[in-house]
Design a protein. Sequence first.
Length: 323
Amino acid sequence: MFHPTPELLPYWYTTAVLLVDDDEGYLDALGSLLSADRKVYACSSHQEALEVLEHSKTVSRNFIRRSTDQSTAPHEHLLAIDTSRVTSLAHEPRRHDEIALVIADYSMPEGDGLTLCRALLNYPCRRILLTGAADERLAVEAFNERLIHQFLRKADRLADVLPRMVAVQQHAYFRELTRPLAEGLQQRLGAFEHDPAVAEAVLALFAEADVAEYYLCTEPGGYLVRTARGQWRFLLVQSNEERESTLEILQSMPRFEPLVSQHARGDALLYLSDPSRLPRAGGYEGFVVPPLRTVSTPAQTYRLAWVDAPGHMTPHSVRGGRC
């Protein structure tokens, strides 16, 4: 997984790219430079590109629900972020078909690429313009006017720069898309993902495990991830406060007394198999996991460890290919 910045987002996965050029041979060559696990759409006209975007599947991202807080007045309605809907994105079978980036040639028979880029302003996708030497000044002006996010010269060694540029733009797409959600989640107690030291440790473990996509979870705290090999795992991130809270829950269940007495003062992470189902605690399993990383900050100490992905979170999806 290529992560161009040290910040953690609420979620991140591989998205599709739309290539627009009237030269079909060049389209094929350009598409071959991108990773085989990334879906690539190829269009030879502006109209075709707009139709593909218009009919492309978008993933539902409604993370807001009405709060069940009974303390409000009849005319008041509190809204809350439903964090379970973040991990539910992993169950979207066509999430990888989502077009996050359009790469368009400047010179086309039906008009210049900037005309298409203006039409794309109504879509959340990022925009890269392909130019010849004579078009570079226009591309710079378009960048300054925010019609495009980057431009590429056709004479450049695209094999060296295109994959990285696509990854950077995909990350920018998700950073912009998730900004309101990230700001809302930052207000919750124990928002570990915004701590630079924790983010650095999490991303290091992601790199070691070759993580291909990730989704923030708050109960338990951590990330549901899929590796490049297709394995679903869970990176548990537990603060001292969360550890103490879990101990209190375990102490209320007689069958966990041996586990609590053995590890109450230790360094291990303690967690339940499914903390969202506390009313049915009789079916729980308690787990003890040694930390892979321990991160101490002025405000808190966090422990990180890999565990099996909880069964209720694990999706059964099939990856897309090229079209």
